[in-house]
Design a protein around this ligand. Structure first.
Ligand SMILES: Cc1cc2nc3c(=O)[nH]c(=O)nc-3n(C[C@H](O)[C@H](O)[C@H](O)COP(=O)(O)OP(=O)(O)OC[C@H]3O[C@@H](n4cnc5c(N)ncnc54)[C@H](O)[C@@H]3O)c2cc1C
Length: 431
């Protein structure tokens, strides 16, 4: 299998690594395969993984006043954080699983992101076409949307409405055969890779060090600190940290395999989700449609094109090699064709990302989306791992991580509050 090209993470390849020689004086720790000059100074927090969770923790730790190093083996957002559906949302469908606190928290974070990242997170109209064949009845949808609006805080832009029949022709060519009603509500949309980069930039502005491409190799948990070994370019380096945060996404358990002493792992599986990109602009907003197996699929505007996703299929290989299956592409194409029969159905691009979900027998889309944050030691954690989670909740997750790690970290004076820090894509073309 070939590595997926990265259509969604067009950050410049000259993004640049920091010059490791300028990162402070060498520290006097040594190990067999790390030369003395490659030993980095000690940090309060070392984060493994430059996806949304890793950069979120780096920002939160730097804002709390700690020294931070983030190791990313490839590029920022190279993993799932550029392959998501790019929605900043509470997750209307999670209401069906009664994940009320998750929806509530995500909606709070959505509103915050509209405020602190207005160029990156946009309020967006979402349409739900309800057909005579749709399994979710209009009144059920309306109750769900009412709950969603209430959980959103009841702002004026949170309420749903029924789209008058006279306006259906303006809805991007939606199939009107058997259409009983169209509901419209509000949620958010972003550029996930750009959001990730913006958060890392904010962390770096607060003093965090980013190392990439820097692959975590192993770590030894001691009584007072953790020694971390990593490959930076062709050289081996080491650093020490009071605490380590494992934010390696779908590689979370693989990273844990390389800690000494051994650390317990959660039983999770990687579930792949595919998106396809098609020509033609969707002008009115996003569409929340029901596929033939009753799952929800989104049809969304994306970079002057149309994005359709996603799927949920168990994945057992190397996370770096996840790639869309023909069956997933067919499923998404058919769902799109059913709902938008007269649009161009040629596929321009396709990619897959991985969710980390607890092992269970049921369908993936019915499993909990709560983030899990296990530690090596409850009273004095040196290692915390982030399992699962959502793009939308990255900041709240980072806050929880820092609260847990405060049991170990020294007391320091915060320098900023992530609720107030403005986020901007550092690579957005100016003008
Ligand atoms: C198909 C799909 C659609 C989704 N849609 C949404 C959505 O619309 N809205 C939403 O809120 N959430 C969504 N999610 C969830 C969200 O995208 C993920 O929870 C989130 O992106 C995961 O971020 P992460 O930082 O944990 O992992 P990742 O983004 O995968 O980051 C992990 C990073 O760790 C690095 N890494 C791994 N091993 C090492 C190592 N040894 N050394 C150094 N670095 C390493 C990887 O290179 C990678 O960059 C979706 C998920 C999927 C799969």
């Amino acid at each position: 299998m070939v590595n997926q090209p990265h259509p969604l993470n067009p950050n410049p390849s000259d993004q640049g690594t920091i010059d490791i020689k300028k990162c402070g004086a060498p520290f006097n720790v040594n190990s067999a395969n790390v030369s003395a000059s490659n030993v980095r100074p000690k940090y309060d927090v070392c984060v493994i993984g430059g996806g949304i969770h890793g950069v979120g923790v780096a920002q939160a730790a730097a804002a709390a006043g700690y020294t931070v190093a983030l190791l990313e083996k490839s590029r920022l957002a190279e993993g799932t954080s550029s392959r998501s559906s790019k929605l900043i949302h509470g997750g209307l469908r999670y209401l069906e699983q009664l994940e009320i606190s998750l929806v509530w928290e995500s909606l709070r974070e959505r509103e915050l992101l509209f405020r602190i990242a207005p160029d990156l997170v946009k309020r967006q109209k979402f349409y739900i076409p309800v057909y005579d064949r749709t399994s979710r009845k209009p009144w059920v949808m309306k109750i769900g949307l009412l709950m969603y609006a209430v959980l959103s805080g009841g702002h004026k832009n949170c309420w749903f409405k029924t789209v008058p029949r006279s306006d259906w022709d303006s809805l991007d060519g939606i199939n009107q055969a058997g259409l009983k009603c169209v509901l419209q509500y509000w949620d958010g949309q972003t550029d996930d890779a750009a959001l990730t980069r913006a958060i890392m930039q904010s962390a770096q502005d607060l003093g965090a060090d980013l190392f990439f491409p820097a692959r975590f190799v192993s770590a030894e948990i001691g009584r007072d600190e953790v020694e971390v070994f990593f490959q930076f370019g062709s050289d081996s380096f080491s650093t020490r940290a009071n605490v380590v945060v494992n934010a390696a996404g779908a590689g979370v358990n693989e990273v844990l395999n390389h800690f000494t002493p051994k650390v317990a792992q959660l039983a999770v599986e990687n579930i792949q989700g595919t998106h396809i990109e098609l020509p033609g602009i969707i002008t009115q907003g996003c569409y929340y449609v029901e596929a033939k197996d009753k799952r929800v699929v989104f049809v969304m505007p994306w970079n002057e094109r149309t994005l359709v996703g996603t799927t949920e299929v168990k994945f057992e290989g190397n996370p770096d090699e996840v790639t869309p299956l023909d069956s997933e592409v067919r499923y998404l194409s058919e769902t799109y064709e059913t709902h938008f029969p007269d649009r161009d159905h040629s596929i321009i691009n396709q990619w897959a990302g991985l969710r980390v979900l607890p092992v269970a027998t049921g369908a993936a889309f019915k499993r909990s989306r709560e983030t899990m944050l296990p530690v090596d030691d409850q009273s004095r954690p040196r290692l915390l791992s982030i399992y699962g989670g959502k793009l939308t909740g990255y900041r709240a997750t980072a806050e929880k991580v820092m609260k847990i790690l405060s049991r170990t970290l020294p007391k320091v004076t915060p320098v900023a509050n992530t609720r107030e820090l403005h986020l901007e894509d550092p690579y957005r073309p100016s003008g």
